[in-house]
Design a protein around this ligand. Sequence first.
Ligand code: GDG
Length: 472
Amino acid sequence: MAKTIIVSNRLPISLRHRNGKFEFKPSAGGLATGLGSIYKSGENIWIGWPGNTIEDPEQRAEIILELHELKMAPVFLSKEDVTKFYEGFSNETLWPAFHYFTQYIEYNPDHWESYREVNRKFCDAILKKADPDDTIWVHDYQLLLLPQMLREALPNATIAFFQHIPFPSYEIMRMIPWRQQLLEGVCGADLIGFHTYDDMRHFLSAVGRITGLSSESGYIQAENRIINVDSFPMGIDYGKFVKQAKSKKTQNIVKNFRNQVGDQKLILTIDRLDYSKGIPQRIHAFHDLLKDHKELHGKVSMIMIVVPSRDKVKSYKELREEIDLLVGRINAEYSTLNWVPVHYFYRSFPFEELSAFYSMSDIALVTPLRDGMNLVCKEYVASRGDQGGVLILSEMAGASKELRDAFLVNPNDREGVKTAIHQGLTLDESEQKTRMASMQEVLQRYDIFQWVKVFMDRLEHVKSKQNELTSK
Ligand code: GDG
């Protein structure tokens, strides 16, 4: 019987080497949970990089065995692969280009070569496991060439691709010297998914203008195949966030945190360290709020959690320094002996503490300059059992297309963000409830499990349409 193979750059585990042995910690992330129902059943598996560079053949063998138990198979990357394919082409070329940060794009042929080679490594690892009629679902921008490589080796396989980050307009895509190969690579799939309608339109336009393939109503006509392209906005494990927020453990943490901060209003921000998340712009807006509203001094604080990420890449190091400086300045200017404007944490928190922050914050300030979807804002909404709290959300996040009852802001509009924070701090309870209830309904209905189901159903539909056409 045909099986399903999930493929992503990183496997949904973290791997640690301790006392001469490897320890595997399964990831609790949304994608891993949502796809759990797929890769954990029958003969299905998940293929990807375990996250560490392991050269020793004995250690590799040990990892293969351990991962086999978890229904996973590793693709091993060398240190050079990590530098050139992952940090290089993926994170210094595609990431900035796809998030519209053209000033950060590196055009390095050596990195491109490595990107091709590593996509080939993934292809070889999959071919060792795949049968001709299997379904293979490839995830994200690190593996854009993989669908076509797989198509050449397995012409009858059912291949899907989902991109988790934005897809840029043609004007940006055309800047990348390897644009045609990248687009042809993705077009090896039968179904191509993005978070939003705009991403999908940008992709179709780039495919039309760069590869010459035409499309109609979301179907690309390729040589003897059709390819469906559509938007599938990813949901969260809604029930998990509701349950955690209600739990005794989280409620106790909330009490404890409240004892420490007193009854002041709290504005929460949570992001990975990334220039696409608009962290400095947000600090500027908060600074302006304190400058213009002296009555808020001592009454409102920002809790800013920045999760360390890609700290070897130059632009990320610089961003961290900029944030340190801005937080230092605002606190130096406004702090008193019993009040600090910004509580800044450069680390991640355990899930139950994250849930406590979501439950107790009066405002979640989610203002990326670009974001494929953004799950933090959805998790905040799901965690509000009391239907209190206000979400201020960037219109540049994919999630803004669904969460129409948030306060939508342009993250570059410092004045607009400042005003939204002020409105949020003074919004009456019944209005908070109306907005929260309507957003909760959207997220509950279209959760991560529904997302997986809708995507897989569509894939089946496209494949049968494909088969009808070829049998004519
Ligand atoms: C990419 C796209 C798209 C954060 N801090 C802690 C913590 N987190 C968890 C959150 C959330 C996740 O990290 C962040 O997800 P986002 O969606 O906000 O952002 P990216 O990592 O950039 O993800 C994005 C996503 O893919 C999915 O398609 O939405 O646009 O860029 O789940 O909860 N978790 C814990 N402690 C923390 O301190 N435990």
